[in-house]
Design a binder for this molecule. Structure first.
Ligand SMILES: [Zn+2]
Length: 64
């Protein structure tokens, strides 16, 4: 007889975690920075009419 029945027993196999987020390369789109006009690549599709910032300008915008 087992005393603790219905517990969380059976920890075999367990968690084989480690499913990262690295699913291949990210889709990069070429864009032109609205701020300085430099060519840059963004990990999203630039929307027309919306400003796109290169890394430098992005950091400036964020107040670094
Ligand atoms: Zn820029």
């Amino acid at each position: 007889m087992y005393e603790n029945e219905g517990g969380f027993g059976g920890r075999r196999g367990g968690f084989s975690g480690g499913r990262g987020f690295d699913r291949g390369p990210r889709e990069m789109s070429k864009a032109v920075c609205t701020e300085c006009g430099a060519e840059c690549e963004v990990p999203f599709k630039p929307t027309e009419g919306k400003p796109v910032y290169c890394r430098d300008c992005w950091q400036k915008k964020r107040g670094f």
